[in-house]
Each structure stands twice: as structure tokens, then as C-alpha cells.
Design a protein around this ligand. Structure first.
Ligand code: UN1
Length: 501
């Protein structure tokens, strides 16, 4: 166990996985282990929640909500500002833990914490900008306006690949709006969640405020199911696979709750014959290889113009040959391991199916050792079933096109609709792409991956419902109220209805 990293984050060999204002005692509780995909070794152990622990979390979250939601929003913003500062101080240690626990390279680990700091800054600004509209009333001496109220304790369920940033998109925006947050992280990254919970709540404690960021780590889908079925959590924000997201959606719908679903992506990059090839090459390589292909925004499909097809692939294969695969803590590594053995199996299974369906491996296709795999490029055709799926691994399927219409048809031909990109210097092509891409994110001359927090993040079709992070995504975390105030000396009715008594 790397004591230097864990020590700085107040983690020990056995950690409580439930925070309800205090950390649930660890004695006699069931334990899970967190393993590093770097070498498969155990980092530390974590306790998991039973139903009583969960009930305690919800009870305390409700109590905290009553306090936090009453604090003026700009004051809430000041607390979030300090949380951002605390994260700045702990950035390196938390980044190293992220790298250790999920295997992303250190600059990406740092980027992950930076994303938390950025969204904290965004939330501070937002805390003074929770605007509602004033609407012209059809009735004399009436005011019609929109108010946005805190929603309640909200549930956030996150995946391993962004083990703290995605939580913070939800948590800091929700906190600015006046909500408190119950977090169920991935059991593949429990230590990052515990360390994060300690950092953010320390600020509230310093101010004598009740905690607003609760944590409940559970095994399998148990805790997630409790949350999805729990009316006391008016919103569930879920990040994960489409299959699990569908189940969450059904459960939340049954109780008429609200969801944000950030599910699978199957993102394409189009490279036109009118692209700046250097930019295109870097954009495609980053999109396909970063985080070892384990981002929901990863470039999984490459749509190349026929005129540059061979040349671009030659160059891309050279890049693939040269990228250093290995320990993500080492400074020149660009590709770390996949998260676990199961992920490697899925990588191998997808490649096998692609070949069986007529795909041709142009590069890679093999496991190296442990959870390390070769990034893979496969020449594919649009009818292959496997190209319609999201495999969370560095596999890139390549297609050829001749007209921009054809390229967009290919872009839109999958069930998912998260991110998309075109590389071109032609204005007509770029605008045609933006007008026709069916994704929530559409980029010109930059990668499908690596979105900034300032824009709303999310997708269409099987990718889910709603938006997170910037833009006006905060409205998902708030209860909208339309208010009418009559300051006249009469009671005129809307639509000219007469009701004289
Ligand atoms: C995810 O993979 O769930 O745009 C989120 C990106 C990152 C976030 C990805 N900022 O690639």
C-alpha cells in the first residue's frame, strides 16, 4: 500500500465506506477490496453498507437538506469556493490516488481533479445567477414569474472511469442550487470516493455546518436499487452502461422521480480530405487512446474520406506503434491498463466478434500482460453488429466515405448519441455536420473526448436523458415553480373567463 498517497488523504488499510455525518464504524462489517489495475495488488479495504446504514444516510441527508437549502445561494457559493481551494491543495495526492485506483495516466488523473476545481468555480458563479424569468401577464396588475427551489437530497451513482469528476459535476451544481447529495460510487473506485468525501466535508465542518455530501458504498446493484426506488431522492443522476441505466430509469419512473442518465457513447470522428491532417491525427489519437479507451466520449469509430484513407491510416498506425503502454504513474506513459480482468475479456470478445463479422485487424488485437492491452484498429463495415455497441476498451473501427452526407449517415447510424467530431477546414462541411449530427456533443477540429465543464454534457438516444455540468444543466437539480401574484383590487381570470359570484 503506497502510504505516502493514502496518508495525505487520510486513508488507512481498512476504511469505512459509509458517511452519514460520521463515518460508519468498521467493526464487524463486510469488506470489499480496492485493487490497482496497475499491478493487480490490493490497495486497501472498504466496508459496505447494509440497509440500516443506508436508512441512516437518508435520514441525515434529509436533516442536512433542511439546513443547507435555507442558506442564501451566494453564501452556499462561498462554501463551494473553499471546497475548490481545498481540492487545489489536495490535487496532487488525489490525482495520484485516481491513477493508482483506476489506472489512468497521471496527467489525466490531474486533469480529473482539475475538472472538479473548474466545476467548483462554475458553481460559485452560478450561486449568484440562479435566474428565473419574469413573464408578461395577460391579466392587469399581475406578476407572472418563475422561481427555482432546491429539490431535496439527490442521488448520484457514478462509474469507475471518472471516479470523482463526474460526481463533482453533479454535486457542486446541486449544492449551489441548495440540494444535498447521496453518492454511490463504483465499487471499482471506492477509495477515491472516500478521499473526496473527506476533503469536501472538511470545509463544511470548519464552518460548523452539517455535512451535505453523503457516501454509501454498496456491493453490486443493491444500494443503487435502493436509491432508484427511494421517493426521498427526487432526482437520480446515473452514469454507467445503457443496460443498467435502462433498469434505473424504469425504477425511478415507477415512482415518478426525475433522472439524469449519462450512458454509453459510440462516438465517431469524421476526417475529411479538407482537414488539417496534423490536428486530425492528434485529435483522433487522443480520442481513441486516452484513458485506454475507457471514456464515454472515447472515439470508437473513425470515418475517413476515401482520398486520405490510406495515408491517414498509415500515420495513425505509426502513432499507435509509438505510444508507450505501461505504468500510468510513469511520466512518459500514454496508455495505462484497463480497469480489470472483466474489461480485458470484453476487449477480447469484441475483437473476436469483429473478426467473425468480417472486420480486418489493421493494428493490435492482443492482450499484453495483466490488464494491459494493445490499442486496436479494425477496418469495419456499417452492418457489423459489434460496431453498434460500446466496448469500453481502446478499439477503433474504421469506415470509408465519399460524400459528407454519407459520413453523417454513418455518424448517426448507431443507437448511442453522445459525442461526435469532424476534422475539416471547409465551412460548408463543418456546418453541415453541426446541423446533422444527432449527438449531444458535436465538435469541429477537436476530439470527441475531453469536453470542458462550461458546456452542458450529455447525449441523445440510448446515451440517456438530461445534461450535467455547465450551461443551464443546473435546472435539472432544481424544482421549478411558476408563481402568479395579483396586486390588483379585483380577480380577473385568465383566458377572459367570467365567474361572477
Ligand atoms: C465520462 O467518460 O463519463 O469529455 C465523462 C470528457 C471528460 C468527461 C468524460 N471531460 O472526455
Amino acid at each position: 500500500m503506497p502510504k505516502d498517497i493514502l496518508g495525505k488523504l487520510e486513508l488507512s488499510e481498512v476504511n469505512s465506506g459509509v458517511f452519514y455525518g460520521e463515518w460508519m464504524p468498521i467493526d464487524g462489517r463486510e469488506l470489499i477490496s480496492s485493487h490497482s489495475p496497475i499491478d493487480g495488488k490490493e490497495i486497501a479495504k472498504v466496508t459496505i453498507a447494509g440497509r440500516e446504514d443506508y436508512e441512516m444516510v437518508i435520514k441525515k441527508a434529509q436533516e442536512s437538506f433542511d439546513v443547507w437549502s435555507e442558506i442564501p445561494a451566494p453564501e452556499r457559493g462561498q462554501i463551494i469556493r473553499e471546497i475548490g481551494d481545498e481540492l487545489r491543495q489536495k490535487k496532487e495526492a488525489l490525482a495520484r490516488l485516481v491513477t493508482l485506483e483506476v489506472g489512468k495516466i497521471l496527467t489525466e488523473g490531474r486533469g480529473e481533479v482539475q475538472e472538479m476545481i473548474d466545476i467548483a468555480d462554475f458553481a460559485v458563479g452560478l450561486s449568484r445567477q440562479l435566474y428565473g424569468l419574469t413573464i408578461a401577464s395577460e391579466r392587469k396588475d399581475h406578476v407572472l414569474c418563475e422561481r427555482w427551489h432546491p429539490l431535496g437530497p439527490i442521488g448520484v451513482i457514478t462509474a469507475f472511469n471518472f471516479p470523482c469528476a463526474v460526481w463533482s459535476w453533479n454535486a457542486f451544481i446541486a449544492a449551489a442550487v441548495g440540494d444535498v447529495v447521496v453518492w454511490k460510487p463504483s465499487t471499482k473506485a471506492p477509495l477515491t470516493a472516500i478521499a473526496t468525501t473527506k476533503i469536501v466535508n472538511s470545509v463544511l465542518e470548519r464552518h460548523g455546518l452539517p455535512p451535505i455530501f453523503f457516501l454509501v458504498i454498496g456491493k453490486g446493484s443493491t444500494v443503487g436499487n435502493w436509491m432508484a426506488e427511494d421517493k426521498r431522492l427526487p432526482l437520480i443522476s446515473f452514469t454507467g452502461s445503457t443496460a443498467t441505466g435502462r433498469k434505473v430509469y424504469e425504477k425511478v419512473a415507477k415512482r415518478i422521480g426525475r433522472v439524469i442518465l449519462e450512458l454509453g457513447g459510440n462516438n465517431a470522428a469524421i476526417v475529411s480530405d479538407k482537414a488539417d491532417m496534423r490536428i486530425a491525427l492528434k485529435g483522433v489519437a487522443f480520442g481513441a487512446l486516452a484513458t485506454a479507451g475507457q471514456r464515454c466520449t472515447t472515439t470508437r469509430r473513425l470515418i475517413l474520406h476515401e482520398r486520405i484513407y490510406d495515408e491517414f491510416l498509415d500515420k495513425l498506425i505509426k502513432v499507435y506503434k509509438n505510444v508507450k503502454i505501461g505504468n500510468p504513474l510513469e511520466p512518459d506513459t500514454l496508455i495505462g491498463p484497463l480497469i480489470d480482468e472483466e474489461a480485458v475479456k470484453k476487449y477480447e470478445g469484441a475483437i473476436e466478434r469483429a473478426v467473425a463479422e468480417g472486420g480486418r485487424i489493421l493494428y493490435g488485437g492482443k492482450r499484453l500482460e495483466g490488464c494491459y492491452v494493445m490499442p486496436t484498429i479494425i477496418e469495419a463495415h456499417p452492418d457489423m453488429r459489434v460496431v453498434k455497441e460500446e466496448t469500453f476498451a481502446p478499439i477503433l473501427y474504421v469506415f470509408k466515405y465519399s460524400t459528407i452526407e454519407e459520413a453523417l449517415e454513418l455518424n448517426n447510424s448507431v443507437p448511442q448519441g453522445l459525442s461526435s467530431a469532424i476534422f475539416t477546414n471547409d465551412l460548408r462541411e463543418a456546418e453541415y455536420f453541426l446541423a446533422h449530427s444527432d449527438c449531444g456533443i458535436a465538435n469541429v477540429n477537436t476530439s470527441t473526448a475531453g469536453a470542458e465543464i462550461g458546456g452542458a454534457f450529455g447525449g441523445e438516444k440510448d446515451t440517456g436523458v438530461g445534461r450535467e455540468a455547465g450551461g443551464d444543466a443546473w435546472k435539472f437539480y432544481a424544482r421549478r415553480q411558476t408563481a402568479t401574484v395579483n396586486y390588483s383590487r379585483d380577480l380577473p381570470l385568465a383566458q377572459g373567463v367570467k365567474f361572477d359570484i
